[in-house]
Every structure is written in structure tokens, then in C-alpha cells.
Design a protein around this ligand. Structure first.
Ligand SMILES: *Cc1c(COP(=O)(O)O)cnc(C)c1O
Length: 401
């Protein structure tokens, strides 16, 4: 059959996707290529990507260094299996620990799985050190993932009625409220777990004083401090890890999203004193997979070699300035966030409508709530893409006015 006949015969998208579980609403576009700050659909139309796979593609789509890391590793060794050491796994653990306050790493595949590991570690530590204390304090509007335990830890109201009965042992308190936190601590508490910027909630930063008080409470009551940096880690906020902005020293940290620069890898990091898994307690068939670990190593190397953190801070300022001007002009609201995890409240405008309108103009932005737009572009973004995104965003606003 000739090719043009085949393409004429291409069925409508709903007839191609009927075997996919409808877990989210996707637009009628199939992306077939990505390069840098742009995604391309099958017809070659370019979309400026300010979401980057949900804050995952740390240095944009298919950067050369990542392609080479994947190719080189694929030629050497894709999978010796979880029962054996491999070189990228060893190197990545050493790199992460020398760049942080942690001593041990367990690699997993998703943020939820890393957080699940953190929850298990805190419970084991409570068994060993606190007469079986198992309760973990988490926060309202927090997001920790979609496994049953991490959904149970999550403070998103819409999760509350789902998949009952949940995993017990999570107490949710209002964010940035030190007194509510203090009141929630009991002899059952083993840990406090938080995001330093609540990403899915609409980019809500933890206040400096709140975090300091939280750390003090952990010390006073002998509680583990677990920081979920699945979204904020790996340079997103302008430091390698967001905890470094606060001058705190968590016991446990989780990474995911941006760690692999586009490929699925996550990490659970712990200080030696709390790293109490014994052989058999934790595992996973794909843990420490060399293809993924080699990618993460390449991302960390590129962040340093290309001085990316300084770019994050510069571009963050530019974006905030641009947001501020838009806000003045269209009566939008607060600008929040740090580094290249930024959001703006949309005032009287419906953020979902803005995002849909932007999509029709080939700009990919995200509305985590109906009154807020979030941007999480690649960390090597430049002024050119920022001005372009802002001009499209302004077109959307003026059309919706
Ligand atoms: C995305 C996210 C998760 C879940 O990560 P998955 O890879 O989707 O499992 C957990 N915590 C935070 C803060 C996140 O942003």
C-alpha cells in the first residue's frame, strides 16, 4: 500500500486510544519529537514547553549529553539485575551523598516509590528507637504520590474519599502553622514529612521560620525530618536541593522527577544514623538500573559543567519581573515560588481556560488549581523563550478579557 493512502486511512485519535485507561484528559495531539524547549507533533508543529514533562526534563527535551549517556550505557550494560552492583549505581550514590548531608541512597523508579520507602524507613526507625511509634505528620494540600500509602500521606482533599480504607498512621495539619504542628505531636509520632514548596498545591513555599521551628520540634521530640524534594530537588529552586535554602539538615530526603532528566529514576536518601533497613526490608527489580543511573549522573554533571544554577536564579528573576508586569496589567494576583518553579494567581481569570487557550497557541503551561498558573521550564531556559511564553500568555489574557 502506498504511504499517502496509509496516512489518509489514519483513524481519528479517539479510535486509536480506546485501549488506554482514561486516567487523565489528554488533548487530541500526539507528540512525536522533542528538542530543547520545544515539543513537536506529528505534523511538525512546535510547542514551547514550559512544563517539561512535569518538571522532569531538567535540561530540556533530548539534550545531547543525555542521549550520549543513554547510548553509551546501553552499549555497555542495560541490566545486570538488582542482586548485583553496577558502576553507574555506585557512582551516582557517591555523587549524591558528597553533594548533600546524606550517607546512604536507595534508588527507585518514581517519586511515590521513593516516598513509600521513606515512610517504611521512618516506621522501622520508630520500631527500633521509639517503642513502635509509627505516626507521620504530613500537611494539608501536600502531595506525595499515588501509591496507597503515599495517597494516604497526601493532604489533597480530593484524595480523601478515594480507595478506602487508606493506610492509617498519617496526621495532617495545616501548612505553615507551627502551633498546629506542635499540637499534633504525640508519643506515637515518628516523623514529620513535608515539601519545602508544595508544588501540586499551587506552589506554596514553606515559610523560613516555620521550617526552623519544625526542625527544632524534630530535635526536641526525637522525630525524623523527611523532606519530599521530588519536585524541588536537582536544581529546580536555584540550589541543588531546596533544603539548602533553609539551612536545615533533614534525616531523610526523596528525589524523583528531574533526577533522570526525562527518564524514570527516583532516590531515597538517609543519614547513616537513621538508615536502618536490613537486607530484605527494601528492594525492587529495577532499583539502581544502570541505564537510569547513568542518565542521572549525566544530569548532575551537566548542571555543574554548564553552571545551570546561576541561570536558574537569573531566569527566575526575569520570569518574576515579567509575571509582575502581567499581573499589574491584567489584575492578576500573587507570584509564588523559587527558582524555576513559579506560579501566579490568575485573579478573575480561570487558569484552566488560560492553559487551554495557551495550548491552542502552542504554549504548554500548567494550571495546578483553577486560580493559578504554574511554570516549570527546563533549567537552561533563556530570555528568548521566556519573552515568547509571556507574549503568548498575554495574548491569552487579552482574548479572555
Ligand atoms: C510528583 C510528586 C510526587 C510523585 O512522584 P511520581 O513520580 O509521580 O510518583 C511526590 N511528591 C512530590 C512533591 C511530587 O511533586
Amino acid at each position: 500500500m502506498n504511504k499517502s493512502l496509509l496516512s489518509v486511512a489514519e483513524p481519528p485519535i479517539e479510535n486509536q486510544t480506546q485501549h488506554l485507561m482514561p486516567i487523565t484528559q489528554r488533548p487530541d495531539v500526539v507528540f512525536t519529537k522533542g528538542k530543547g524547549h520545544y515539543l513537536f507533533d506529528a505534523s511538525g508543529t512546535a510547542y514551547l514547553d514550559m512544563m517539561q514533562g512535569w518538571a522532569v526534563n531538567t535540561l530540556g527535551h533530548s539534550p545531547n549529553f543525555l542521549k550520549h549517556a543513554l547510548l553509551n550505557q546501553a552499549e555497555q550494560l542495560i541490566n545486570p539485575g538488582p542482586a548485583f552492583y553496577n558502576k553507574p549505581m555506585i557512582e551516582l550514590s557517591n555523587t549524591l551523598c558528597s553533594a548533600s548531608v546524606f550517607d546512604h541512597v536507595f534508588f527507585a523508579n518514581s517519586g511515590a516509590e521513593a516516598n513509600e520507602g521513606a515512610i517504611k524507613l521512618a516506621r522501622k526507625w520508630g520500631q527500633l528507637n521509639k517503642q513502635g511509634a509509627f505516626e507521620i505528620i504530613t500537611f494539608k494540600n501536600s502531595f506525595h504520590g499515588r501509591t496507597l500509602a503515599t495517597m494516604s500521606a497526601t493532604g489533597k482533599a480530593s484524595f480523601a474519599p478515594l480507595f478506602e480504607p487508606k493506610i492509617s498512621g498519617f496526621k495532617k495539619v495545616p501548612f505553615n502553622d507551627p502551633q498546629a504542628l506542635i499540637n499534633a505531636i504525640s508519643s506515637n509520632t515518628t516523623a514529620i514529612m513535608l515539601e519545602l514548596v508544595q508544588g501540586e498545591a499551587g506552589v506554596i513555599p514553606a515559610e523560613y521560620d516555620f521550617v526552623k521551628k519544625l526542625e527544632t520540634q524534630c530535635k526536641q521530640h526525637n522525630l525524623l525530618l523527611i523532606v519530599d524534594e521530588v519536585q524541588t530537588g536537582v536544581g529546580r529552586t536555584g540550589k541543588l536541593f531546596a533544603y539548602q535554602h533553609y539551612g536545615i539538615s533533614p534525616d531523610i530526603l526523596t528525589l524523583g522527577k528531574g533526577l533522570g532528566g526525562g527518564v524514570p529514576i527516583s532516590a531515597l536518601l538517609a543519614k547513616q544514623a537513621v538508615s536502618c533497613f536490613a537486607p530484605g526490608d527494601q528492594g525492587g527489580t529495577f532499583n539502581g538500573n544502570p541505564l537510569m543511573c547513568a542518565s542521572a549522573l549525566a544530569v548532575l554533571e551537566a548542571l555543574e559543567a554548564e553552571n545551570i544554577l546561576s541561570n536558574v536564579n537569573k531566569m527566575s528573576e526575569l520570569l518574576q519581573t515579567e509575571f509582575f508586569e502581567l499581573s499589574q496589567k491584567y489584575g492578576l494576583g500573587q507570584i509564588r515560588g523559587q527558582g524555576l518553579l513559579l506560579a501566579i494567581d490568575t485573579g478573575a481569570y480561570d487558569a484552566h481556560q488560560i492553559a487551554a487557550s495557551a495550548f491552542r497557541k502552542q504554549l504548554l503551561i500548567n494550571a495546578p488549581r483553577s486560580n493559578c498558573i504554574r511554570l516549570m521550564p527546563a533549567l537552561n531556559i533563556g530570555p528568548e523563550e521566556i519573552y515568547k511564553a509571556m507574549s503568548v500568555l498575554e495574548d491569552c489574557l487579552s482574548e479572555l478579557s
